[in-house]
Design a protein around this ligand. Sequence first.
Ligand SMILES: Cc1ncc(COP(=O)(O)O)c(C=O)c1O
Length: 456
Amino acid sequence: MLDLQLDVPAGGGRREALETALRRSIRSGRLAPGAAIPSTRSLATDLGVSRSTVVAAYDQLVAEGYLSAARGSATRVASLRSPTTPDEDDDLFGPTPLHDFRPGEPAAGSFPRSRWLRSVRRVLNDAPDATLGYADPRGIDELRSALADHLRRTRTVVASRQAVHVVGGYGAGLGFLAETLRRRGVRRIAIEDPMLPMHVHTLRSAGLETVPIPLDADGIDVDLLCAADVAAVVVTPAHQYPTAITMSPRRRTEIIGWARDRDAWIIEDDYDGEFRYDRRPIGSLQGLGPDRVVYGGTVSKSLSPALRLGWLVVPEPLRGDLLAVINIRAGVSAVDQLALADFLQRGELDRHVRSMRGVYRRRNDDLRTLLARSAPWLDVGAGEAGLHLIANLRSAQLDEATVLAAADAASVGLLGLVTHHRSTAAGDGFAIGFSRPAEHHFAAALDRLGEVLSAL
Ligand SMILES: Cc1ncc(COP(=O)(O)O)c(C=O)c1O
C-alpha cells in the first residue's frame, strides 16, 4: 500500500487537513501523476477517520483536478499536473553576502518607515470609498499630478499629468514600452553595451532584437547608433549602468538629433539621477527632447525596490498604444500610489533624498579612499553620482574571476563586469555599490573589503 505520510489531526477539520495533505503531496511530486491512491475504505481505516470524510476529500480533489476517478477502477493522481520545485529550493537571488558591495539597492535600514506609515494612514483615512475600486491603469490622478510637479522641479522633465504613467517599477514599464514599440512595427532596438542583463531580457521577451552599441567617455556612440538601423534606443544618461559615465552635453544634443532625423524613440532610464555629489543633479535628457524621449524613473534607489513604484513620462503619440498594452495589467496598488502622492506633496521624498545624499557622498568618499590604499591596481572611475562606482582592473597579474573568488570566500559581495554582464566591452572590473550595508556596519564592511583586496 502507498505510504501517503499524511498527518491528519484528531478532532475537527479532518477533511480539510486530508485535502491539504493530499494536495501538497501531489504538488511536490511525492504522489506521481497516474499513481493509484488507496481506496476510501482502506485509507479511512488507516487514518482512523470515517469513510465519508475520505469520500468527501477525494470528491473535492477530483473536482479541483488533482485526482481522476473512473467508475470501477482506482482513483488516481491526475496526469495533467507536472511536479514543481519544492518551495525550499526556490531562492531566486541566492545568499546575501555579509559585506554587500553589489550595486542595485539602497540601504534597507534607511527606509523612512514611520513617515511612510504616516502617509499610508493619512490616505487610508481620507480616501473616498471609490478609491478602492479598479484604478485608472495610467495611475491615479493625485500621483500623476504630484509626479509631474516633482519631475519638472527636480529632473527638468517636461511633464503634464496626462503624460505620466505609473508602473510597477521601471522594469515593468520597460516591458510595456517594448511591447508597445513592437506593436508599432519596431523590430530592432539599440542598447548600451554593457547594460543591465535583466533589461536586455525584458526587451527580447517582447520580441525585439537588441543591438549593442559601445560607449566612449561621452556616453553611447551616436555615429555607431546612426549606422545601426534601429528605430529605438535605451540609455542611462545621468549615470550609465554599469560604467557610471555621464552623457556629455554634446552627446545629448547628438542623440536627440538622431531621434528627430529618424523619427526614432529614446527610452531614458533615470534610475538614480537624484544622487549626484560633485554638483547639482544633471537634468534629464527628456528635457531636451520631450517629443522623442520616453522618460522612466523609480523609487527603487531613492526609497525602496520593495515598493515596486515607478513612472514613465510618455510623448503623446505613444500614449494610446501604451495604454492598450498596459490596460488592467498595470498592477500598482492605489493605496501605495496615494501614499506616494502624499509623500511627494509633503516634501518627504525631497527630505529623504537630501539626507541620503549626505550619507552616500560620505560612503563614496570612504570607498574611494579605501580602494586607492588597498587596491592600487584598480582604475577607479570618476563619476561622483549614483549608488555605485566603477573600478577597472589594470593589472595583468589579476583577473576578474580571481578577485571575485577571493571576495566570495570572505563573504564580500562584488559584481564583476564581464561575469555579470557577459560583455567584454567594459573590460575586466567591478561595479562596486556603496549603498547596501546598514549604516552601523559600513565601516566594518569596508575593512573587510580592504583586507580582501590588500591580500591579492
Ligand atoms: C539600470 C537600472 N535601471 C532601473 C532600475 C530600477 O528598476 P525598478 O524600478 O524596476 O526597480 C535598476 C535597478 O536595479 C537599474 O539597475
